[in-house]
Design a protein around this ligand. Structure first.
Ligand code: CP
Ligand code: NVA
Length: 300
């Protein structure tokens, strides 16, 4: 494993190795052990979109591993003035030991990996969000003991989160069901792959998707970059909300996850979010442990 550009690049073994290492790093931290696996190493963090969790968890993660991180906003670097990603990759490779990038187009992340000579980590694109799904799978293993044969139901926009949950869920041995409006389905190739490689359903019917689910998952109706469509999306997605009724379709002991930030009253009700706050905020914490596993694997 040289980069983490998207989950479909990982073998099943590589995925589970990351999850085991994440568990180990989490228990080491809880036991007060401070292991400097990345002593003296530096991660560059390029952001062309906003972030709370990704930025803070990567920066703290590098610090806890004995290294450091540099926040590179596209606004204040030459990237914002048009310096090509191909040149940026070759320059930054000479200073840094790894780069985490959050941006719009997946092809920018792929170009960084092609032209650079250091590990590249995708911190979210319009296409996928692999780091988030590693933390999600880690959380599912903690609450359900295993991912094998568990049913994951995602309700809402067929966006970056949906694409990564499909791939991560299927690779981890889960049954994956997606409920979304017909004009907002996930990536077609990703769904074709899922149908060939596991138990997968994509439907407009929430009840069918949520039936007997072990995990219910949702994300915002309008992602970063879709602000101008937000109003229209609110009416299109109105019925795709995780509320008490939807949770009643799932198993009695189902957990509810959300990558956050959440919009109460839109994709999830305040009641459901608060009822499942334990797992949702554990999931947010697990970003730190899962990403430390990625950093150690790629940069250690
Ligand atoms: N879930 C997630 O990636 O959060 P941020 O946008 O705050 O990084
Ligand atoms: N789909 C959301 C995820 C945020 C973590 C977005 O891209 O804005």
């Amino acid at each position: 494993m040289r980069h983490l550009l998207k989950l479909s690049d990982l073998s099943r073994d590589e995925l589970f190795d990351l999850l085991y290492l994440a568990d180990k790093l989490k228990s080491e931290k809880k036991a007060g052990l401070k292991r400097r696996y990345l002593d003296g190493k530096t991660l560059g963090m390029i952001f062309t979109k906003s972030s709370t969790r990704t930025r803070v968890s990567f920066e703290v993660g590098m610090y806890e591993l004995g290294g450091s991180a540099i926040f590179l906003s596209s606004v204040n670097t030459q990237m914002g003035r048009g310096e090509p990603i191909e040149d940026t990759a070759r320059v930054l490779s000479r200073y840094l030991d790894g780069i985490m990038i959050r941006t719009y187009e997946q092809k920018e992340v792929e170009a960084l990996a092609k032209y650079g000579s250091i590990p590249i980590i995708n911190g979210l694109t319009d296409y996928c969000h692999p780091c988030q799904v590693l933390a999600d799978l880690m959380t599912i293993r903690e609450y359900k003991g295993t991912t094998k044969d568990k049913k994951l139901c995602y309700i809402g926009d067929g966006n970056n989160m949906a694409n990564s949950l499909i791939v991560g869920g299927i690779k981890a041995g889960m049954e994956v069901a997606i409920a979304c409006p017909k004009n907002h389905m996930p990536d077609k190739d990703t769904m074709d792959w899922a149908r060939e490689n596991g138990k997968f359903l994509c439907t407009e019917n929430i009840k069918d998707a949520a039936k007997d689910a072990d995990v219910l998952y949702t994300d915002v109706f309008a992602s970063m970059g879709q602000e101008s469509e937000a109003k229209e999306r609110m009416s299109e997605f109105q019925s795709y909300q995780i509320n008490e009724e939807v949770t009643s379709f799932a198993k009695d002991d189902a957990i509810v996850l959300h990558c956050l930030p959440a919009h109460r009253g839109e994709e999830i009700t305040a009641e459901v979010l608060e009822k499942h706050a334990d797992e949702i905020f554990e999931q947010a914490e697990n970003r730190l442990h899962a990403q430390k596993a990625v950093l150690v694997t790629l940069m250690g």
